[in-house]
Structures are given as C-alpha cells and as structure tokens.
Design a binder for this molecule. Structure first.
Ligand code: FES
Length: 178
C-alpha cells in the first residue's frame, strides 16, 4: 500500500464525515508539507489550492497530524481572510479599492457591480449564488486603474459597461452548465 493511500485512510479514520473528494486533498497536503517546520500554513494553502476552500472537517485531521489543537488550526483559518471556509462560487470578481483605483472611480464601479449582482449587505456572493465578489487592495495595475480580477485574470480600465459584459458572460456560463 502506497504512502499516499495510507495517509488518505488515516485521514478518513480520523474524520469519517469528511466528504470523499476532500479526503484525498487533505491527505496529499499533509503528505507534501506535514513534515516541514511551520507546516500549518503550507498545508492550509495546499488544501485551498486543491479545493478552493478549507473544509470544516479538515481541521481535526490537520490538528492531529501536526500535533496542534483544533483551536490552533481554527484560529489560523479564521485569521487569514485568504482562507475560504465555504466552497467558492463558480465565478469570481474582485475590484481594487486602493488609492489609485479610487481616484479613477473604483467606488462608483463597485456600487454598480453590487447593484448588478444583487448584493446589498456584507455578503460577498451574488444573489443568484453564481459569482463571488470581493474587494482587493492594489493589484499592481495602478497605471490601468480602475483594476480588477475576473476569475483571477487581471483587467484594467474597467468601466460599468465592461463589468456588465463580464457579469453577463459569467451568468450565461452558469446557465449553460445548469
Ligand atoms: S491601486 Fe488599484 S491596482 Fe493599484
């Protein structure tokens, strides 16, 4: 039996309720990074890279494997905003809120996006659940402000019209796979 299979079985034994597709990702992250000093962050990043988030059920096996408490692992997952605790939406839209982009109308652009996405509170997901929307702070694309990330791809000189096109395309994609 290979090391990876044993690692996955070990994770399954520790948290039988962890969904099967997640077990392998957690096992692989622990196998790859579990022995290194300060392993927690690399393990969490590897899980997030593989799944798009860190499942609640991953906390226990990570804590046990790294000889930490569950509270330690929880604390780190909740402290760093980059770690998601729920599965991501199919698409993501991030708009820069930093100074150069603000000077070029980023706030108005954000209001426009929230209106189009049906976001009227602190949630970061469109009303139809298809698009995650989050602010970012300087993408290094200030010369082309206002800037944003469309499914991780850097865009510049964004306008309400350009955003409408992006949002329409994302929604059309979701309709096509429904
Ligand atoms: S301020 Fe927005 S990309 Fe730099």
């Amino acid at each position: 039996m290979g090391k990876r299979t044993r690692q996955a079985e070990s994770v399954t034994e520790r948290v039988p309720q962890l969904a099967a597709p997640y077990v392998q990702a957690v096992a692989e992250a622990l196998e790859r990074h579990g022995e290194q000093p300060g392993a927690l962050l690399p393990v969490l990043h590897a899980i997030q890279d593989a799944l798009g988030f860190v499942p609640e059920g991953a906390v226990a096996p990570i804590a046990e494997a790294l000889n930490l408490t569950r509270a330690d692992v929880h604390g780190v997952v909740s402290f760093y905003h980059e770690f998601r605790r729920t599965p991501p939406a199919r698409h993501s839209l991030r708009l820069c809120r930093a100074e150069a982009c603000q000077a070029m109308g980023a706030r108005a652009l954000e209001r426009h996006a929230c209106e189009r996405l049906g976001i009227h509170d602190d949630t970061h997901r469109s009303a139809d659940g298809t698009i995650d929307f989050e602010p970012v702070y300087c993408l290094g694309n200030c010369a082309l402000a206002p800037a944003g990330l469309v499914d991780g791809e850097l865009r510049g000189r964004l306008t309400p019209k350009a955003l409408d096109t992006v949002i329409d395309a994302m929604r059309a994609d979701c309709r096509n796979i429904a």
